[in-house]
Design a protein. Sequence first.
Length: 218
Amino acid sequence: MICRNLIVIVILIGLFSIHTDCNATEAPGYIITEKQDTLSGLIELSRFDQLTGGFILNGVEQESFYSRVVFKGKGETQFQAYFPKSILGFGFRYESVNYFYQRFVVERNSIVALENQQYRFLSLQYKGSLDLYKDITFIENPHANKTHERYLSFTSYYLFSPQKGLVRAEKNNQYKTVGELLRYFGIDGKFTATIPHHANFNDLKSWLVLYDYWLLRK
């Protein structure tokens, strides 16, 4: 009986330690200042899902990075929160994966004029002939009846080039197909002709990878 109690105590202590240590972890990273200086240090990573509140066993919680990053530079003793209006971007490496976020001004459809344009950190999904970025936003769920249903998340993709700027990758009056959007960015018409009209805008990464491979084989 005593032995069993000791085992229970050891397990509880272990679980408590895991909970305490894993609220957040750190990863080597950097921020890019308004003056385009790169400052090295540590990025704080939350281990809890913003949407559900659940503990993340694998990987890191990324949703918060679209609106802020918590960073501690070399020689500094405390972490500090940085928002899109104050830095150009940031990056870090965790579990052999590189993450990079860049600041953009994102257009919104809002009845409030001040909300039509927002500074956001967008996450780089692919870098090649064109760069593909992702944004995740949350809105309150008016039909929620459980805690984990209080918010809904929406994912948006954006294409970027220095010549054309940032364009949201979605079907609209200007770009009805993936091919039309890519042609706007100067992608070779011989390649865009191979893209089906029903191709999903969310599959842009696959088409960008294929295009860069197609260029190598020309």
